[in-house]
Design a protein around this ligand. Structure first.
Ligand code: DGJ
Length: 731
C-alpha cells in the first residue's frame, strides 16, 4: 500500500513538472510588417508553421507581445490540416500531392526612406522546396506590396497548380465586397455585396486583354457597407495583365480568407530543379478612414513610386481621329484635322488605326493588321509628311499601333502562320477578325519590339504611341512552347509582353505611351509603370463616363485617365449632352478630343478652345491632387467630386446633374482636404462663354476651409446634364 502511495506521489510530481514545462510562456518569434498606420503580424508557431496573427490598425511594438498566436496559416498549402483553397498546391517530383511549410529565417532591410522590404523563407518539412514570401511596405502611402518566389532541388520537375501571390485572413462579423466589372464600352461598374459563407470568386481567364470583363481590384469593407470617409476598408489590386483570380472564402467560423494571384485555371506550371518562379505583386492597403482613403493612398503611391510612367511630367491634351474618321481618311483630311486641332490649342494630334498595310490595306478591321508599312494610297507622302504638318502647326504627333496582333489577311500571317496563338488541329478562332501573336516566343518578342523600334527610329519626332490590344485568348496553344509546357503560355505571354515594354522604355524613355485595350481591357500596376496614360473605354458618352471614371479612379491615377470629348449624338449611346457637360466630365481627368473639328459650328470650336486653354491652368490640381468623392452617381442624381492639392493651396470641385429636377437639386457639397484655417477664394471655371457665374452668391468670395468642410458649398442645379466646375485658391 505504502509503495503504491509513494509511486502515486512520484507520478503526480512528474505530471506536475510536465505540466509546468508545458505552461512556461514561450515567446513565439514575431515578424511585423508595418506601415505608419497598419500592422501585419506573423508568428512562428511551435510546430514551425508561419501564422498570420493580426492584420489591422497599427499595434505599437511594446504591445505586440500580447498578440496571441492564431491558427491561420500565413501561406496555406495543400496538405496537412488545410481544407480551404490553398495558396500553394504542388505535385512533387515523386508524385506526393502535399506540402508542409515551416519557417526557416527572415530578413528586413530599408530599401530607401519610407520603404522597407521583408523576406520570410519557408521550407517544406521533407522536400527540398523553398518558398520565400516577399513584402515591401511604403510607410507613408500605407501600401503593402506582396509576392512569392518558389524554387526547389528535387530530383526532377515539380508541378505548381496553385501559386497565389498573397493570402490574407480576417476575423470580423461581416464583410462587404466591392468589385469592378463590365464589358467593352461598359467598363468598371461597381457593385457591393455582402459576403455570405462559402466562396466568392472574381477572376479572368482571358490571358490577354484580361480586364475586359472585370478588373483585378476590390474593396473589402469590414463590419458594414463601405463609406467614403469612415470605416475600415481594405483595397487590393493585382499587378498582372494576364489571367487573374481573387477569391474570398468565408469559413464556418466566419473567418474570411482572401487569395490573390495568377489564375491557376489551366495554368499548371512545371518547375525545373533550381528554376525560380516569381508571382506578380499584389498591392493592398487597410484604411480606417473609408474607401476614399484607399483611393488617395493608391494615387499617392502611384505618384511617388512610379505606379504610372513619369508621374510628374505634364500630360498633353490631344485630338484623336478615331471617332472623327475611323478607317476612312487620307492626307488632306488629316492635315485639316491637324490644323483645326492646332487652332483649338490642342497639344498633340493622335493618328489612330488605319494608316498602314498595302497588299491588304487596313481599310477596315478585317485586313492588314501586322503589316506596319504606311498605306501609300491614304498617305502617299508617309507619316513624315503628317509629322511635318504637325510641326508646322505647332502640334505634337502621336500614332496608334497594335503590335501584339495580326489579321489572318496580312503579309505577316502569310510569312509566320506559326507565330499566332492557336491550338494545334483546331480551326483558328478569330475575334475582331484577328489573332494574337505568341509573345512566349522570343522571336515574336523581338518582332514586336522591332515594330516599335522601326517606327520610332524612322520617325524620331513621334511623341506619343497608343498601344492597343483588341482581343483575348481562346483556343490557347503555342507552337513555340514544348508539348509539356503548353499551359505555361498564360504566364510566358505576360512575361514576354512586360519584357518588350521594358526594352521599349529603355530605348525610348521620352515617348509618351497610352495603354489601350479595346477600351479599358488592360489596366494594372504591372503594365502602367511603362505608360503615361490609359484609355478606359471606347464609350465616350459623358454620362456613362461619369460612372466609368468613378470606378477606374478608385485605384488608378486620374491624370493618366484619358477622357475625350466626342460628338453628339454619341456614337455608342446615341445620347445628346451639352458640349460644356462633355468638357466638364473629360476635364475631371486627362482632357482630349475624339471628333472631326470641321463638323463643329464655329462657336463650339471657340468654346472648346477656351476650355482647353483653361484646363491648362488647373490640370496640375488633377495631376497632383488628392481625390475626394462627394456625391456618388450610384447613390444620387447629383454627382460631385473634388481634388485638393496635398499642400492644401488649391482645390477643384466638379458637380454634375444626371437628370432634370423640376424643383432643383440643392444637395450640399461638403468639401474635404482643405486647411481649416486658411481662406479659399472660389471661382467658377469653364464658364463656357458666359460672362456671369451660375453661382453668383459664391463667386469671388472667400471662405475658411473649416466653413467649406462643415457648412459646405451650396447651390441649386436644375437641368439635365448641368455641370459646374469651381476652383478654390488660398488667399
Ligand atoms: C480600340 C480602341 O479602344 C479605339 O480607341 C481605337 O483605337 C480602335 N481600337 C482602333 O481599332
Amino acid at each position: 500500500m505504502g509503495l503504491i502511495k509513494s509511486r502515486k506521489v512520484k507520478y503526480s510530481l512528474l505530471f506536475l513538472v510536465i505540466l509546468w514545462v508545458a505552461l512556461i510562456p514561450v515567446v513565439a518569434q514575431t515578424i511585423a510588417i508595418e506601415t505608419n498606420a497598419t500592422s501585419l503580424i506573423f508568428h512562428v508557431a511551435f510546430n514551425g508553421e508561419l501564422r498570420q496573427s493580426y492584420f489591422g490598425e497599427k499595434i505599437q511594438p511594446s504591445a505586440q507581445k500580447h498578440i496571441s498566436i492564431s491558427s491561420f496559416a500565413a501561406y496555406p498549402t495543400y496538405g496537412g490540416y488545410e481544407v480551404h483553397e490553398p495558396a500553394l498546391r504542388v505535385v512533387h517530383a515523386d508524385g506526393n500531392l502535399t506540402t508542409e511549410l515551416v519557417y526557416v529565417s527572415h530578413e528586413q532591410q530599408k530599401v530607401k526612406d519610407g520603404v522597407t522590404s521583408t523576406q520570410i523563407v519557408l521550407k517544406d518539412k521533407f522536400y527540398p522546396l523553398t518558398v520565400t514570401l516577399h513584402y515591401k511596405t511604403y510607410r507613408e502611402e500605407e501600401i503593402i506590396e506582396q509576392w512569392m518566389e518558389i524554387t526547389h532541388q528535387e530530383n526532377s520537375d515539380i508541378t505548381l497548380h496553385n501559386f497565389f501571390s498573397s493570402h490574407l485572413t480576417f476575423q470580423q462579423s461581416a464583410y462587404w465586397l466591392t468589385s469592378f466589372s463590365g464589358n467593352w464600352a461598359n467598363e468598371m461598374n461597381m457593385e457591393e455585396v455582402k459576403l455570405e459563407d462559402g466562396m466568392k470568386v472574381l477572376e479572368s481567364k482571358l490571358g490577354v486583354r484580361s480586364n475586359q470583363f472585370g478588373h483585378a481590384a476590390f474593396l473589402l469593407s469590414l463590419n458594414g457597407k463601405s463609406a467614403e470617409e469612415h470605416g475600415t476598408v481594405v483595397g487590393g489590386t493585382l499587378a498582372w495583365p494576364g489571367s487573374w483570380k481573387l477569391s474570398f472564402e468565408t469559413d464556418a467560423q466566419h473567418n474570411l480568407k482572401i487569395l490573390a494571384g495568377i489564375n491557376p485555371y489551366a495554368s499548371q506550371y512545371i518547375l525545373k530543379p533550381k528554376e525560380k518562379f516569381t508571382t506578380p505583386t499584389f498591392l493592398y492597403t487597410l484604411s480606417t478612414k473609408g474607401k476614399g482613403e484607399v483611393t488617395r493612398r493608391f494615387h499617392a503611391w502611384a505618384r511617388k513610386h512610379n505606379g504610372i510612367y513619369k508621374p510628374e511630367r505634364p500630360r498633353y491634351t490631344l485630338l484623336n481621329n478615331w471617332e472623327a474618321t475611323y478607317f476612312d481618311f487620307n492626307e488632306p483630311i488629316l492635315k485639316q484635322i491637324i490644323g483645326d486641332a492646332s487652332e483649338m490649342g490642342i497639344d498633340l494630334f493622335l493618328l489612330d488605326d488605319g494608316w498602314f498595310a498595302n497588299k491588304y490595306p487596313r481599310d477596315h478591321d478585317r485586313a492588314g493588321l501586322g503589316d506596319w508599312a504606311v498605306n501609300k494610297k491614304k498617305l502617299p507622302n508617309g507619316i513624315g509628311e503628317l509629322i511635318k504638318e504637325s510641326k508646322k502647326k505647332n502640334v505634337k504627333f502621336g500614332i496608334w499601333i497594335e503590335p501584339e496582333m495580326v489579321n489572318p489577311k496580312s503579309e505577316l500571317y502569310e510569312t509566320h502562320p506559326d507565330w499566332v496563338i492557336s491550338a494545334a488541329h483546331r480551326e483558328i478562332d478569330v475575334s475582331r477578325n484577328q489573332l494574337i501573336l505568341d509573345l512566349s516566343n522570343p522571336k515574336v518578342q523581338d518582332h514586336v519590339f522591332g515594330v516599335v523600334d522601326h517606327l520610332l527610329t524612322q520617325n524620331p519626332e513621334i511623341a506619343y504611341l497608343k498601344w492597343d490590344c483588341n482581343r483575348y485568348i481562346t483556343n490557347a496553344g503555342s507552337s513555340y512552347l514544348p508539348a509539356k509546357q503548353q499551359s505555361h503560355l498564360w504566364v510566358k505571354y505576360v512575361e514576354g509582353l512586360l519584357d518588350v515594354l521594358k526594352r521599349v522604355r529603355a530605348k525610348y524613355p521620352e515617348v509618351y505611351l497610352m495603354l489601350c485595350s479595346g477600351g479599358g481591357g488592360r489596366i494594372d500596376y504591372a503594365t502602367l509603370p511603362y505608360f503615361d496614360e490609359y484609355w478606359i473605354s471606347d464609350n465616350t458618352d459623358a454620362l456613362d463616363r461619369i460612372f466609368i471614371q468613378w470606378g477606374a479612379t478608385h485605384f488608378f491615377p486620374p491624370i493618366g485617365l484619358a477622357s475625350h470629348v466626342s460628338v453628339v449624338p454619341n456614337h455608342n449611346t446615341q445620347r445628346t449632352t451639352p458640349l460644356k457637360f462633355r468638357f466638364d466630365v473629360a476635364m475631371a481627368a486627362k482632357l482630349g478630343m475624339d471628333l472631326q473639328p470641321k463638323d463643329m459650328p464655329a462657336e463650339e470650336k471657340l468654346l472648346s478652345k477656351g476650355a482647353i486653354q483653361e484646363y491648362g491652368t488647373f490640370k496640375h490640381i488633377i495631376q497632383d491632387g488628392e481625390l475626394y468623392r462627394l456625391l456618388s452617381p450610384y447613390e444620387s442624381n447629383r454627382v460631385a467630386l473634388m481634388y485638393a492639392l496635398p499642400n492644401q493651396q488649391e482645390a477643384l470641385v466638379f458637380s454634375y446633374l444626371k437628370k432634370k429636377e423640376i424643383y432643383g437639386n440643392n444637395q450640399v457639397l461638403l468639401l474635404h482636404g482643405l486647411d481649416p484655417k486658411r481662406n479659399y477664394r472660389i471661382k467658377e471655371v469653364n464658364k463656357f462663354g458666359k460672362d456671369h457665374s451660375s453661382i453668383q452668391h459664391l463667386t469671388d468670395k472667400a471662405f475658411t476651409g473649416e466653413f467649406l468642410m462643415t457648412y459646405g458649398i451650396r447651390f441649386t442645379m436644375y437641368n439635365e446634364y448641368d455641370s459646374v466646375v469651381l476652383q478654390l485658391v488660398t488667399e
